[in-house]
Design a protein around this ligand. Structure first.
Ligand SMILES: NC(=O)c1ccc[n+]([C@@H]2O[C@H](COP(=O)([O-])OP(=O)(O)OC[C@H]3O[C@@H](n4cnc5c(N)ncnc54)[C@H](OP(=O)(O)O)[C@@H]3O)[C@@H](O)[C@H]2O)c1
Length: 321
């Protein structure tokens, strides 16, 4: 098909791995949905640490990408066209999702995704806040509910409580009836207590590794934090990490179950998450909002490692704004 200006869109892409200077805002062809796929007009995209890790090439062996690559794997938007044999969705449906990490992402005006990897966006949330939800909330859901079966009365230690994943995890663990310990710097302590954390440990002043008898450690940091977490667990407990593959030898030494959780798109879980949000049981925290033109700055902010909640990219003007 010949590409005219009418079927072109803005997309933030990299042509080679490297620093944020590699991100180029370009005009490219609007993709066409294939069988079982939908075309979505994106209003907002979420920024996650994996975006700049992929940009740097850190995951090049794990996820082989074809360059140029549009970055960004969280979005909210409206369905504007349907491929063949799409059964679940219609034009104008308001949806959100974490698209396939191996394909082009959501720092663009349009994206094509499988009809199976999206869900109806929460009715009570703006497009920006909706784009903040999928990746981190699915990660917290899968780590806590699938990998470690969190339940009433569990003592759960969640690292980096003020990060995107941590904020979702604290709320999901509290809903399950757990007692939540979380780490953050002192500036986030009040915020995390309001969110529901029972004990906030200021990692700049206190040593979390003196904790004992923990049922679940949710590691979002890796490195020293993961190393020092083993000793907090009771025998038979669970350690689940989204940051680093835990050592099998240490899991055996401490007699605990340890696993690495790599978040999967899951439309059914995302629908349940929408319901939780719409019934006021899950809230979303936005750290900052950038324009598509300013993605390099958004990445630099994410790379600082000290945001509270999510960084959002406002892609297209929202309807009614
Ligand atoms: N495997 C997967 O599928 C998967 C899925 C999602 C995320 N992840 C990974 O999980 C990690 C966390 O993701 P995220 O989106 O939550 O990141 P994020 O939003 O960038 O996390 C930022 C937070 O980290 C906190 N922090 C920094 N150093 C800390 C420390 N030493 N102890 C405790 N808190 C600390 C900061 O709190 P202060 O400002 O208070 O320091 C800040 O609130 C990333 O590495 C990401 O790539 C993996």
């Amino acid at each position: 098909m010949k590409t005219t200006n009418k079927n072109k869109m803005k997309a933030a892409r990299i042509h080679q791995y490297g620093s944020s200077v590699e991100i180029k805002l370009e005009k490219i062809a609007i993709p066409v949905p294939g069988e079982g796929e939908v075309l979505i007009k994106i209003f907002a995209a979420g920024v996650n640490p994996i975006d700049w890790k992929i940009r740097e090439g850190y995951l090049a062996e794990l996820i082989p990408h074809r360059l140029p690559l549009t970055l960004g794997w969280d979005f909210s938007g409206e369905i504007v066209s349907l491929g063949k044999n799409v059964n679940k969705w219609d034009i104008s449906d308001a949806v959100y999702g974490r698209p396939d990490l191996s394909k082009n992402g959501a720092y663009a005006e349009y994206i094509v995704v499988s009809e199976d990897e999206i869900a109806a966006k929460p009715k009570t949330l703006s497009w920006q806040k909706s784009a903040a939800v999928p990746l981190v909330t699915l990660a917290a859901w899968q780590a806590l509910k699938e990998f470690s079966a969190v339940k009433q009365g569990d003592r759960v230690l969640i690292h980096a409580g003020a990060g995107g994943v941590g904020i979702a995890a604290i709320q999901l663990a509290k809903q399950a009836g757990a007692t939540v310990y979380t780490t953050s710097s002192s500036k986030n302590s009040g915020f995390l207590k309001e969110l529901g954390a029972d004990v906030v440990i200021d990692y700049t002043q206190e040593d979390f590794s003196t904790l004992e008898n923990v049922d679940i450690v949710f590691d979002t940091m890796g490195g020293d934090v993961l190393e020092k977490s083993w000793g907090t667990l009771k025998k038979g407990a669970s350690l689940v990490s989204v940051a680093e593959v835990p050592s099998e030898a240490l899991a055996a030494k401490y007699e605990v179950n340890a696993s690495f959780c790599f978040v999967q798109a899951n439309s059914e879980q995302l629908s349940k998450i929408s319901n939780l949000i719409d019934s006021g049981k899950l809230t979303v925290e936005i750290d900052s909002v950038f324009r598509l033109e300013d993605i390099a700055q958004a990445h630099e902010r994410s790379e600082s490692g000290h945001t509270r909640g999510k960084i959002i990219i406002q892609v297209l003007d929202e309807p009614g704004s």
